[in-house]
Design a protein around this ligand. Structure first.
Ligand code: ZN
Length: 419
């Protein structure tokens, strides 16, 4: 079910310049019928629809702010197992309701503010069977054709994702030694483009540390510092995938790297692991088969970001099967591994590394077929000592400098090989 209710419905309500805020949310009901209610400072337009894999109910809103009690949505009731909320970008916000099984949106409506009560957005859910759920989902998608293209609201990102791949000719499979030299610069002026991708953001906070540090915040701070350091080198063009607290799908992040013809893509993370004593930095590259169980678990956790942000996975991340693309990917992978080793070598001089400083697993965000990509796990927010380092500007500066050296060494390899 799709409902779009405009401001006009409440034409008696004056338009305020200030941001609309969601100030409370609650769930009531049982396993057959459950009601979700959000209190808003004034009515807004919204759309509500269901998504499968896993079962979710999405409420898309204009740029609504959230001022809910900390911990809101962590647990549910009835058909609702949990809910999340946050900005998608500066003009759009979203509430994602995780449901325990297939549901139908029985009805949804806005209640006008009156008698000092806030406006209320009400969504009623009823239990249904898988087949009915699928039909409702298909009807939702048909009713909003733009949903199929989501999250690529930005046409530039879309164009970049669809851009043809520079692939080697058949029969010219890259020699294994090619990893010793980085790919030639893609830009005609020879500048090296480095895309830094602070993980998570907006509705997806990422990990939360023992001292409440949010992964999305520390990785943004670090990424900005790394960008500023690298930007001092005139031979680099440095791009951040996000420079604010906004949500990007994994595909959008890859799209930004490809759109900018990146020579190197660095995703920055600081997750949590089971075991509070585990600490240290790690460099990850993409592989079909994970190097170890921890790497596999982390990749699964990171790949869940799209689910947390409410992306319809049916339209995302289609597997690439073209043989030419596979060849390009193989060469790219060799370069990624070469860079990961260089970065680990520099980082171990300034900070503690995990027992296995370079690992690999199936990270969706590292799958640009033509951009060498690594995921830098700065440390673990589940470890007190690591968390203290992650927020220390002195430590951040040391790690930034180490990464700068590794990047310089990586790009210099080709020049050295030519002399
Ligand atoms: Zn992460």
């Amino acid at each position: 079910m799709i409902l779009l209710i405009g401001e006009g419905v409440f034409s008696s309500v004056p338009l305020h310049a200030e941001e609309v805020m969601a100030v409370a949310a609650r769930v009531a009901g049982d396993e057959s019928k459950t009601r979700f209610v959000a209190d808003l400072t004034r009515p807004v337009s919204y759309s509500v629809y269901v998504l499968p894999n896993p079962y979710r109910v999405m409420i898309d809103l204009p740029g609504v702010g959230f001022d809910l009690t900390p911990g809101s949505g962590g647990s549910g009731l009835g058909l609702v197992s949990a809910y999340r909320f946050g900005p998608l970008d500066k003009d759009r916000s979203r509430i994602v309701i995780d449901v325990k099984g297939p549901v139908l949106i029985a009805k949804s409506f806005l209640v006008k503010p009156e008698d000092g009560q806030p406006a209320r957005l009400v969504v009623d859910l009823v239990k249904t069977d898988e087949k009915t759920f699928r039909m409702a989902h298909e009807a939702d998608m048909a009713a909003r054709p733009q949903a199929a293209a989501e999250p690529e609201a930005d046409d530039a990102v879309k164009a970049a994702t669809a851009a043809p791949l520079p692939v080697p000719k058949p029969g010219t499979e890259p020699a294994p030694t090619s990893a010793e030299r980085p790919m030639p610069a893609k830009r005609p002026d020879g500048k090296r483009v480095i895309v830094i991708d602070p993980g998570h953001g907006g509705i997806d906070p990422g990990a939360v540390g023992v001292g409440r540090t949010k992964e999305k915040d520390v990785v943004l701070t670090f990424s900005r510092m790394l960008r500023d350091r690298l930007a001092r080198n005139k031979n680099y063009e440095v791009v951040l995938t996000r420079d604010s607290d906004t949500f990007l799908s994994l595909k959008q992040r890859v799209g930004i790297a490809r759109q900018n013809q990146a020579d190197l893509f660095i995703a920055v993370h600081a997750d949590t692991v089971r075991g509070a004593s585990v600490r240290g930095a790690t460099l990850y590259t993409v592989s079909e088969k994970a190097s170890d169980a921890e790497a596999e678990a982390l990749a699964q956790k990171e790949n869940r970001s799209d689910i947390i942000g409410g992306i319809d996975l049916a339209t995302e991340n289609e597997e690439v099967t073209d043989i030419l693309i596979e060849l390009a990917q193989r060469e790219t992978k060799n370069h990624s591994i070469a860079f990961a080793k260089k970065a680990a070598g520099q980082l171990q001089l300034v900070t503690q590394m995990t027992g296995k400083p370079t690992r690999s697993a199936g990270f969706v965000v590292l799958k640009a077929p033509d951009v060498p990509s690594v995921l830098l796990e700065l440390g673990y927010l589940s470890n007190k000592a690591d968390e203290a380092l992650l927020v220390s500007s002195k430590w951040q500066a040391q790690v930034t400098e180490a990464m700068n050296k590794a990047i310089a060494a990586y790009f210099a390899t080709e020049i050295a090989a030519r002399q």
